[in-house]
Design a protein around this ligand. Structure first.
Ligand code: S3P
Length: 168
């Protein structure tokens, strides 16, 4: 399939960039977190609190399986933890071109500080947690990605240009 799938850590710009890219390419945009929230009728934070992270991860896998059944080309933004499961990385490969929006922990921190909707960052020292999770997750993102774009300090137009150059 020829979807464009955006992966990367929370706050790397997947959703904002995905919406821009979908306008630019004139194809629909979907976001796996939003699909799950709509399907469940609950917010991600409620799903984590009520059912736990593992249940949420299973919902993520089911969501990519659903997307694999759809034919229309799309830009797909994913939750930051989705590529961590091996099964999901395999499914992403089938779904289209996977783009890792790679961001330094400081960039992420600036974007997400004060955001209460991300359950994994509700802790004493979010920057330390972001650093730790970035190190732990990078090998998985790298493995899943067809294209890697370093996003720090770049505006969205520049990132889209780079992405198009690399996808072509
Ligand atoms: C998560 C990232 C979130 C959301 C959930 C878990 C993660 O998505 O799926 O809170 O494990 O990194 P965003 O990357 O869109 O914030």
């Amino acid at each position: 399939m020829d979807n464009i799938i955006l992966i990367g850590y929370m706050g790397c710009g997947k959703t904002t960039l995905g919406i821009r890219l979908s306008y630019h390419m004139r194809i629909p945009f979907v976001d796996t977190d939003k699909m799950i929230e709509k399907n469940e009728g609950r917010e991600i934070s409620e799903i984590f609190a009520q059912d736990g992270e593992e249940a949420f991860r299973q919902m993520e896998t089911r969501t990519i399986q659903t997307l694999l059944q759809e034919k229309a080309r799309k830009v797909i933004s994913t939750g930051g933890g989705l590529p961590i499961r091996e099964e999901n990385r395999q499914l992403l490969k089938q779904l289209g071109t996977v783009v890792w929006l790679k961001a330094e922990p400081e960039t992420v921190y600036e974007r997400v500080k004060g955001d209460t909707r991300r359950p994994l960052l509700q802790c004493e020292d979010p920057l330390a947690k972001i650093r730790e999770m970035t190190v732990a997750r990078s090998p998985y993102y790298q493995e899943a990605a067809d294209v890697v774009i370093q996003v720090d300090g770049k505006d969205f137009d520049t990132i889209i240009q780079e992405m198009e150059g690399q996808i072509r």
